[in-house]
Every structure is written in structure tokens, then in C-alpha cells.
Design a protein around this ligand. Sequence first.
Ligand code: ATP
Ligand code: MG
Length: 397
Amino acid sequence: MEKTMFRAFLIKYGEIAIKGKNRYMFEDALVESMKHTLTEVEGEFEVTKEMGRIYVFVKSEYYDYDETITALKRVFGIVGICPVVIVEDTDFENVSAQVLKYIDDVYPDKNKTFKVNARRANKGYPLDSVEINLEMGGRILDTYPEMKVDVHHPEINLVIEVRKHVYIYSEIIPGPGGMPIGTNGRAMLLLSGGIDSPVAGYMIAKRGVRIDATYFHAPPYTSERAKQKVIDLAKKVAKYTGPIRLNIVNFTDIQLYIYDQCPHEELTIIMRRYMMRIAEDIAKANGSMALITGESIGQVASQTVQSLAATNEVCTLPVFRPLIAFDKEDIVTIAKNIDTYETSILPYEDCCTIFVAKHPVTKPNINIIKRSETHLEEKIAELYKEAMESVETILVE
Ligand code: ATP
Ligand code: MG
């Protein structure tokens, strides 16, 4: 089948859940995300909202069908993508011939049940929807005797929409679901080079949240390659989320100072508390209303319930941890699906692995941690300020 016979795509979205004013916001954000995503696809497209439906029309002679579908499958808020054949000559004899051709092209195996589902938006059309259903159904049965009608659970729900032109479609390619980016505020992802945080960012973005990111870099203990890996990961996540402002913080001096002043078994917890403080400050300065991490209960010493509580204690913004109850295996499955996994497993050191103690505390006591942090009082404010001033912001898209 020549896939480029499809000259439009009807976009299905979770319209039942959204009413009134929110509906417009939802649709406009969806249209914007789609336009942005389609700029990467070979071909020229028009994304429009008409009569409560969203369509992509192909404007160029040539376009890449597979790339178009792949791109649309990344747009949060899309529930289904229906490739549409547009018939310009609406004379019923012509429409009927095109419908029969459509069935032959799309369903080489005719041993299927079907239903014709005509909709007449153009009330001037000589046949009404019931007449189209009956007449077209009869012609299909005559032409393809293996096919059978089933009006309740058809395998093929053949929609014939009569407007200025006639639209024919039957297939629904599943989209990612979720909500369009930008419909649910903005949040700051703590993005490391690992497997988990890109997945966490993806999951929260899928709920319509625009994402910024912060990466803590510790040169020369962490290399340029490690930093580049994080930029590459942000790029992969940005394919779903749209542009990400990635803040890179030079964390070396704070880490070294903690290493000098605090008990080594508490290093990771104290370090993570400083990461959260800094990420929160950057978030607040840039309009983010929450933090996002890739933490999951019990995965490592710094992610026991006690450790999570100790880390969380320094934040006033809500911290979203979408992977909190996920097994590593399930996280890996998502990472592979969204294509971040191969980048995440590149073996470049991250700043947490260099300063890890042999026996980190697994049940930190917040009061003890706070007491250890008092050992930092002399210089930490100045180092904190320097770290904030070191922030390099890259727009990743
Ligand atoms: P990940 O696979 O996301 O790196 P992890 O299993 O390695 O997670 P940790 O290193 O304990 O776990 O980090 C927990 C979370 O803290 C990460 O998911 C991430 O959100 C954040 N984080 C850790 N290191 C950094 C870093 N260098 N820069 C920014 N965020 C970080
Ligand atoms: Mg990590």
C-alpha cells in the first residue's frame, strides 16, 4: 500500500475529561506541541482545529508517512491518530469507488467484519448518513463477499465524513495519551546521567508539565564527556517535552567542602540535601512549581525511606518522584521505549559515585545530619553563592 495516499490525520484526544474553558487551553496546547514536533518531519503540514476536531493536513506533494506517525506518537495528549484519505470529488459514484479502493489498499485480507459509519456535516449532500451507510454497505458486500457486517463490534469501523470534501478513515494508531505540554505548569527535573531521572522527567511531562532541568557537575572529578552525556539525554527527553532549559551547576567546591567537614558515611545524604536546595532555588527563580527526581524506594542507600525523608526535609516545593514504587526492571523498560537507555548506560562517572563512602548510612537521623551540617557553617554560604553564580544554562531542543 502507498501510505502517502493519506493526506490528513484526524487526531483523537481525551476530550471527555476536559470541559469548558479548559478544553480550549488543552486543544491549543496540543496544536502547539504538534506543530513543534512536526517541524522535524520531512514534509509540510498544517495543524488545524475545526468543529471541535484537530487535523493534520499534508500540504507538500511529498512527505514521510512513517516519520509523521513516529513524531505524532511522541505528542502527549494524543490518544489516537487516524490516517485519512481525502476525496475531493464528492460525487457519490466517485466516493464509492474511492471507498472500495481504500478497503482494498488498507485491508488486503478481506475476511473481516465491518460497519459503515457515515457522518454528514455538509447537510446539502444528496444522501443523508443513513442512506450512505446502507448504499455503501451494500456495495462493499457486493464487491468483497468475504466481508461481513457487524454493527456492534466491527473489526473495521469505516468512517465516511462528508464535509466540503469527503474524508475516509478506519484505522486508529495509538498515541501516548497524557496531557499536552504546558497545560500543567512547569517543574524542575534533577537530571543525572543515570537511567532513572530521564524516565522521571518523561513521566511528569506526560501529565502536561513543562520541564526544566538541573545537572550537578563536579569537574575535574566528572568529565566533559559526562556533561555531554547529560546534554544528550536532555535532547532525547526534549523530543517529547519540547525545549528544556538545562542548568549546569558546578558542584565541586561544595562537594569537597562536605567531604572535608562531615562524616563520610553521611556524605551522600548531605550532598543530596545541597543538590535539592540549589535545584529548588533555581526552580523558584525560573517559575518552576515543583522538583522532580528519579528516586525509587530502596534502590540505593540514599533512597531508603529514612534517606528520602532526610533529603526531602530541605525542600519547600513539592518533590515529584514518579518512580517511587517502580522496580528497576520496569524503569529500564520505559527507558528503552523512550530511547534514553542506551545513552544512560554509557560508562561515564557521575559526581555521586566519586564521593561515595564505603558504608553510607541507610537510616540517617535528621537531627544528626543537621548537626553535621553545622560543621559547614564557616564557608558554605559563600560556596553556595558561587555555585549559584556558576550556573550555565543551555537551551536543549
Ligand atoms: P539516576 O539513574 O537518575 O541517576 P540513581 O539511581 O543513580 O538515579 P541517585 O544517584 O541516588 O540515583 O540519584 C537520585 C536522584 O537524584 C536522581 O534520579 C536524580 O534525580 C538526582 N541526581 C543524582 N545525581 C544528580 C546529578 N549529578 N545532577 C542532577 N541530579 C542528580
Ligand atoms: Mg545517578
